[in-house]
Design a protein around this ligand. Structure first.
Ligand code: AMP
Ligand code: MG
Length: 302
């Protein structure tokens, strides 16, 4: 175990509440975390076991009728580290329990429907953790910056999103909304790294620089998004992302907090435990019976 721990929990330190002001952020700061990178990396590794255990409880309960599921919404500009969260945080749990959905430029078919249509189709079944790599929030971010819809339609969308998410929480979805916010300078350096390395070119798109040129407009759109959609039922967490290790550590903790809040015990069997043990013993090789009986009589701590 590591000795460093959060001094302020990320649910408190990172929540976008009333009066939140994006323009005052120090993107290299590590709110709530008193340690350095080595402490953070060690702490994250030490949290893996608990995250894995909680995810398995979610999955197990989903199998026996518990309707709850987790939806982690990741927003952030190009190179903010969304993919790294998927790889390094969700990579700590059983891939069978995780769904990842990417939302890119809408297809012709998607455009012919309401903006939430493609989102609803990607919602996870009970017991799963679903990650949205971009989400319905693009419809109030890129849509706002590029003027894809009228101002009146934008207003409607904020309301629709809030109502949609409230419905989801009532239906058993635990929402975690994470905005990875990195600095303009850091984005420049990360894009330079992508252009420098042949194994990163696939991640680069010429549109990344076009989007970068609209940086200030995007900050304004993110501020409006926090102002309008950081609700009590689904608050935004603003994760400072110039230090990748910090962003991953913070999201790990937010995910653990959400899963732990579900208070899930291991499901009790729908079959008769003693009877099944007897039936199994009756099928075993004589030389294995003693060892099996010993294993079965040992106290099973859950
Ligand atoms: P990436 O995640 O880097 O593959 O890029 C996906 C691109 O799709 C980004 O430039 C997004 O802004 C864009 N995108 C995602 N959703 C929408 C949307 N609803 N309308 C327009 N563009 C979108
Ligand atoms: Mg991109």
């Amino acid at each position: 175990m590591t000795t460093t721990n959060w001094t302020t929990h990320p649910t408190v330190a990172l929540r976008a509440g009333a009066g939140f002001d994006l323009s005052t952020l120090d993107h290299r700061a590590t709110p709530g975390w008193p340690g350095d990178k080595a402490d953070g990396v060690a702490h994250m590794a030490a949290r893996e076991e608990q995250l894995d255990d909680l995810q398995e409880r979610l999955f197990a309960n989903g199998r026996v009728g518990d309707k709850r599921r987790v939806l982690l919404i990741l927003q952030g500009l190009d190179t903010s580290g969304k993919g790294g969260i998927v790889r390094h945080v969700l990579g700590m749990v059983d891939p069978q329990g995780v769904h990842v959905a990417n939302f890119g430029v809408p297809t012709k078919e998607e455009l012919s429907h309401h903006f939430l249509w493609r989102v609803i189709r990607k919602l996870p079944p009970p017991g799963k953790i679903c990650v949205f790599d971009r989400s319905h929030y693009e419809d109030v971010l890129v849509a706002r910056v590029d003027g894809l819809v009228s101002a009146a339609e934008l207003e409607t969308r904020y309301e629709e999103i809030n109502n949609f998410e409230e419905t989801l929480t009532r239906e058993g979805y635990a929402l975690i909304k994470v905005a990875l916010m990195h600095s303009h300078r850091e984005q420049g350096l990360r894009l330079a790294e992508r252009l420098a390395r042949g194994d990163k070119w696939w991640k680069y798109s010429p549109s990344d620089v076009d989007t970068r040129l609209k940086w200030d407009a995007y900050q304004e759109a993110y501020q409006a998004m926090f102002d309008r959609t950081s609700t009590d039922h689904a608050p935004w967490y603003v994760v400072l992302a110039d230090r990748k290790w910090y962003a991953r550590l913070a999201v790990t903790e937010l995910l653990i907090h959400t899963l732990a809040g579900l208070n899930q015990e291991w499901p009790t069997p729908t079959w008769n435990l003693d009877a099944e043990r007897e039936r199994l013993l009756a099928t075993m090789h004589p030389d294995d019976v003693a060892a099996a009986q010993e294993a079965l009589s040992a106290e099973r701590k859950l």
